[in-house]
Design a protein around this ligand. Structure first.
Ligand SMILES: [Zn+2]
Length: 198
């Protein structure tokens, strides 16, 4: 995975856009690997959640493989790695901030979306229905949205919390709410499945 974060570009040209219809079972069987860079303008659902277009384009890597486990049939898998720098509003000082997202998720390819069993709820990966070709751009966008922090904050605020933006200001709290339309969904998903440790 070190190649994914390498700053020097590989010899082959980067795919500018992720494939809109990729047969993931074949991709996993062939142990395929794709990588590229996506501008935020190609990710409108994510962009709606951001405070600004500041930050770098999204780097992504998709790798297919077969997971072998003793006593089990080989399982078709893909791992999607995304790296992005996203413009958000710090919820402590209410100033612009850049949130780095560096997230890898393993997907276990399945034919149908099955009802979740207890085992699957506790699984370290996520089931991904892949009987039809999958839109990799959508997958990347979903993963970035889920990786957004519930409460983005500077590690150290540039000016520290300011008196004029104190929590007592009624407008500030309302602004925080509007900033995170996705917070509830993220919370919901956190309750139903564990995501891979990253
Ligand atoms: Zn801050």
């Amino acid at each position: 995975m070190t190649a994914a974060s390498s700053k020097s570009p590989p010899d082959r040209p980067l795919a500018s856009r992720p494939p809109h219809a990729l047969a993931l079972f074949d991709f996993a069987r062939a142990e395929g690997e794709l990588r590229g860079v996506v501008p935020l303008s190609a990710l409108p659902r994510l962009r709606d959640l951001l405070a600004s277009d500041a930050g770098a384009p999204v780097e992504w890597t998709l790798r297919g493989f077969q997971r072998e486990r003793a006593g089990m049939r080989p399982q078709a898998m893909v791992v999607l790695h995304v790296h992005a720098e996203l413009g958000l509003i710090c919820q402590r000082c209410l100033q612009d901030m850049i949130q780095e997202v560096d997230d890898a998720v393993e997907f276990r390819l399945v034919v149908d979306e099955p009802p979740l069993t207890l085992e699957e709820l506790e699984a370290e990966d996520e089931a991904l229905p892949a009987q039809d070709p999958v839109d990799v751009l959508e997958l990347i966008e979903d993963q970035l949205i889920l990786a957004l922090p519930l409460v983005p904050m500077h590690a150290v605020c540039p000016q520290g919390p300011t008196a004029e933006q104190s929590p007592a200001t009624p407008g500030a709290a309302a602004q925080v709410e509007r900033q995170h339309p996705f917070a509830n969904l993220r919370e919901l998903m956190g309750n139903t499945k564990k995501r891979g440790a990253s």
